[in-house]
Design a protein around this ligand. Structure first.
Ligand code: GTP
Ligand code: MG
Length: 283
């Protein structure tokens, strides 16, 4: 996960992915349902080009249900089909398979006209770190995890995994770099664990998260920690949570770091509620 995305690395990744792309019929672009905008790679459209694509909003179980619907509408308006998925409960997985058939129908028909029958639909998964790519591969292969052997391709290590029906998945997902330029995006990524805790120190991160959550609804924190919302500063809110949780060091002081860790961890686990951190602009 500790990837430093310097320009040379990005260029090489892009080239590698483009080579793999030439072997597949459809791309699953995996994003995080809590931050559908921030978790998209900035160059994704250019990388994928006009290859059929399905946006998979993973971790739908951690995101707000209404927001999931809004994002679906947003992507539909942009002309990209999308689907909400809970990888851990296998929810949405069947739909992915169905959509894949639909989105590659033309190409498969064209191949059939050329006499190529029963050619499997080849799929590649791409996305930034931590969005759920590997878990998705597991969900898709749960029933039939059989490897179908090496195929001539970009690297000798490429393996195709049989999914369902006539679908084959490239077993190594393309890992893309996230956007770091914008502070809000970088924070969203850090809140959800996509860039781990390198970006900011945990105390600052927790302060920012408290501000962010309260801007959406103060209920998330008041309900979880049984605190009174009196429009306190983020600092005072964390202090109060620390006291409630007994995060006290010698001398009776609140252990601010420990409390920060608790808040971040509980947010990431979904204990504060189903929370989407950004909403789309829909016309
Ligand atoms: N709640 C929930 N957690 C999920 C879901 N999908 C993945 N996760 C969790 O998210 C974390 C990251 O998932 P991975 O599948 O390892 O993500 P990845 O994209 O392969 O990450 P990298 O290999 O680091 O690029 C794990 O703790 C998963 O259990 C989901 O749909 N819902
Ligand atoms: Mg992985």
């Amino acid at each position: 996960m500790n990837i430093n995305w310097y320009p040379g690395h990005m260029k090489k990744t892009k080239e590698t992915i483009k080579k793999s792309l030439s072997m597949v019929d459809i791309v699953y672009e995996v994003i995080d349902a809590r931050i559908p905008y921030s978790s998209r790679n900035p160059d994704i459209d250019e990388i994928i080009g006009n290859k059929p694509r399905l946006i998979i909003m993973a971790k739908k179980d951690l995101a707000d249900e209404k927001a999931n619907e809004l994002w679906d509408i947003y992507f539909k308006q942009k002309g990209i089909p999308s689907i909400n998925v809970d990888n851990l409960k296998n929810e949405g997985i069947e739909d992915i398979v169905k959509m894949s058939y639909k989105l590659t129908e033309e190409k498969i028909k064209a191949l059939e006209k050329k006499g190529i029958k029963n050619r499997p639909i080849r799929v590649m998964i791409i996305g930034i770190p931590n969005v759920g790519k590997s878990t998705l591969i597991n969900s898709l292969t749960k029933r039939k995890g059989a490897k179908v052997g090496n195929k001539p391709g970009v690297t000798k290590t490429n393996q195709w995994i049989k999914i369902k029906g006539n679908l084959e998945l490239l077993d190594t997902p393309g890992i893309l770099w996230p956007k770091f330029e914008d502070k809000d995006i970088a924070l969203n990524l850090a809140f959800t664990g996509a860039i781990k805790d390198e970006l900011l120190d945990l105390e600052t991160l927790a302060l920012e998260l408290v501000k962010k959550l309260n801007s959406i609804s103060p209920d998330f924190l008041t309900n979880r920690y049984n605190i009174i919302n009196t429009k306190k500063s983020a600092y005072d809110t964390i202090m109060e949570i620390g006291k409630k949780r007994g995060c006290i060091v010698k001398g009776g002081e609140v252990d601010f770091l420990k409390t920060s860790n608790i808040i971040l961890d509980e947010f990431r686990r979904g204990y504060l509620g189903k929370i989407t951190l950004e909403l789309p602009e829909i016309n």
